[in-house]
Ligand binder design. Structure first.
Ligand code: ARG
Length: 309
C-alpha cells in the first residue's frame, strides 16, 4: 500500500496520510478494498426533506429540465412531495426543513451537502449553478445547527449527496464526477471522511450519481451500467458479486428507478418503475411506489428529496 496507511480491519485511513481516491479496478484490487470490514454506526439513520415552497423549473440545469421551464404544476408537485413524505415517515424517521420561495430547486435537499454516517461531520456542497448557490446560506445554517461542518475550497464544485453515496457494507464512499461534481473535490471528501472514495465517471444523461446508482442494505447495488465508463462498470462489478447486482438499462433508469429511498428492506421508488418489483423482491426487498411526475420535470425524484443522515 504505497503512500497510504489504512487499518485493514476498520478501513479507517490514519490521520497522517494522504486521502485515497480510487479510480481504477487495478487500484481497487491493489488496496483490497472489497475486504474492508464495515464500520459501526453510532446513531440511527434518518433523512431530512425540504418543503417545496418555490419549486418550479426556472432555468435548465440538466437535460431533464429541457422543455419544462415554468411547466411544473406546483399544486400537483406539492401533493406528490407530501405523499413521499408520508410514505417515508411510515418506514423511517424524516426531519423537516422549511424551503424558501426564492429557491426553486431547494426541495432537492440531497444536494445540500453530505452527512458522514459515522461521525458528527457534515460537508457543505459547492453547487455548480448560480441560482442554486442561493440555497447555500440556508443549508449552511441548518447544518451548522446540527453538525460540525467542513467546507471544500470555494473553487471546487461538488454537489453533496447527489454525487456521494456510502457503501453500506464497507467503509468506503462512492463518488460520481464529470458532470456536476469535479474530480478535484474527491481528495477533499476522502480526507474529511477519513476513508477511501471510489470515483465513478458519469457519462450519460444521468448527471448525478444518485440518478443511476444506489447501494441497498445487505450489500446489494441497483445501478445502470450505461451511465458509467468501462472502468466504473468494472469497479462496480468487482465490488458487488453478480447475485448482489441489480442492473437496469438506460431506458429503465430514465424512470428514476435508481433514485430510490431505502429504509431497511422497504424501498420507495417513483411510480413508473414498477418493472423493478420482481427483481428487488427476489433479493428480499419490499418495493413501494409513489408518483413523482412533477419532480421529473426538474430531473429529480425520491432520493434527490432526501438528505441521508
Ligand atoms: N433541478 C435540480 C438540479 O438540476 C435537480 C437536482 C436533483 N438532485 C439529485 N440529488 N439528483 O440541480
Amino acid at each position: 500500500m504505497k503512500g497510504v496507511d489504512m487499518d485493514i480491519r476498520t478501513g479507517i485511513l490514519c490521520d497522517t496520510v494522504e486521502p485515497l481516491v480510487i479510480s481504477s479496478l487495478d487500484e481497487l484490487q491493489r488496496y483490497n478494498v472489497r475486504d474492508l470490514r464495515p464500520k459501526v454506526r453510532t446513531r440511527p439513520p434518518f433523512i431530512s426533506m425540504c418543503t417545496p415552497e418555490g419549486f418550479q423549473v426556472k432555468e435548465v440545469h440538466n437535460r431533464f429540465m429541457e422543455g419544462n421551464v415554468e411547466k411544473v404544476d406546483t399544486e400537483k408537485a406539492f401533493r406528490e412531495w407530501s405523499a413521499l413524505y408520508r410514505l417515508a415517515s411510515r418506514y423511517g424517521r424524516v426531519v423537516m426543513m422549511q424551503g424558501d420561495s426564492t429557491c426553486p430547486d431547494m426541495v432537492f435537499k440531497a444536494n445540500a451537502g453530505y452527512v458522514d454516517p459515522y461521525s458528527d461531520l457534515a460537508i457543505m456542497s459547492n453547487m455548480v449553478h448560480e441560482s442554486r448557490r442561493k440555497e447555500t446560506p440556508l443549508f449552511k445554517k441548518w447544518l451548522e445547527e446540527r453538525y460540525r461542518v467542513e467546507y471544500l475550497p470555494d473553487t471546487v464544485r461538488w454537489e453533496g449527496g447527489g454525487d456521494t453515496i456510502e457503501d453500506t457494507n464497507r467503509p468506503i464512499t462512492w463518488c460520481g464526477y464529470g458532470q456536476r461534481s469535479e474530480w478535484a473535490a474527491l481528495p477533499h471528501v476522502s480526507r474529511l471522511l477519513r476513508q477511501p472514495v471510489i470515483a465513478l465517471k458519469l457519462v450519460s444523461k444521468l448527471y448525478h450519481l444518485d440518478t443511476c446508482f444506489i447501494v441497498l442494505p445487505g450489500g446489494f447495488v441497483l445501478y445502470c451500467p450505461a451511465a458509467f465508463d468501462a472502468e466504473g462498470q468494472a469497479m462496480i462489478e468487482w465490488m458487488f458479486d453478480s447475485d448482489h447486482r441489480i442492473a437496469v438499462t438506460l431506458e429503465e433508469a430514465l424512470t428514476f428507478v435508481c433514485n430510490a429511498l431505502a429504509f431497511g428492506r422497504y424501498i420507495l421508488f417513483p411510480a413508473g418503475a414498477e418493472f423493478i418489483a420482481s427483481r428487488v423482491e427476489r433479493c428480499g426487498f419490499v418495493p413501494r411506489f409513489t408518483p413523482m411526475k412533477e419532480m421529473y420535470k426538474s430531473g429529480g425524484s425520491n432520493a434527490c428529496c432526501g438528505l441521508k443522515h
